[in-house]
Design a binder for this molecule. Sequence first.
Ligand SMILES: [Zn+2]
Length: 275
Amino acid sequence: MSYYIPKSELEIRKHVDIANDCFFSNYANLEKVCEKKDKEEFIDKVILSGNYPKVLNDFVRTLYKKVEKDNLYNLATNLRTVKLERINPFVWLVADYSYGTYDSLKNVITYFNKNSIPHELLHLSSTANNSYSGFNVIKGGINFANGFNEGYTEMLAQKIFFNSVFTNSAYKTNVYLLRLFELLYDDPKELETAYFNADFENPIKKFLKYGSIEEFKFLIKHLDYFAKTSIWNDEENIIFELLIDKIEKTKEKQRVKKANDIYNEYIVAERGMVK
Ligand SMILES: [Zn+2]
């Protein structure tokens, strides 16, 4: 996905205005176009037909095995028309392309090698009506909550396709922070379901149980920023601490412990020191 990078004060203000707007608007609540049974039949039919680019076969099968069927409606819908393009290695070197992209408007995945497919396939699987993609809100040409979406997409890609080895991945800081965000949930599957159905309202409401809308906007803005830069920023600590504070408010000891473990793992892995 391409990024929106605010360049001036005015643009940043516009970014915030649109964010305000988005928080209270209706998200992509998927229309219940058909009964559950019809929906499942449709999903089975498309996926089992294998009638889509061959290179996706193994990855689609993995999703079919590991993700609740109810959450595969967007995958089935988009699989019918998806196009794949291989990134020319020479172009990639020169232009410093990311390893893959998913264009939700055109329903096109570009990939450098097979390893870049899981992440992009999740973007495809969470895109409804070519406009809402996972937790990404695209409005007025501005990509909002992209950092939240990328962090979750990469985290899920690792969980589903690489059996949760959190190594040298893209969007590293965001992945750590989304692992923390997930701890606000009693059942992480709730966040996963929201993702596959492009329902950003769910994480907003979850956060608001423990924090304010200003804090949420602060979090989203920083995640957007972290997704665009790999330069260490002191503000990363502030965001880790903000999320840990919210997890403490769940009063779930196990989750608080897990949150601190994740923070320490991040500090050791990324900063080479112990908190
Ligand atoms: Zn992405």
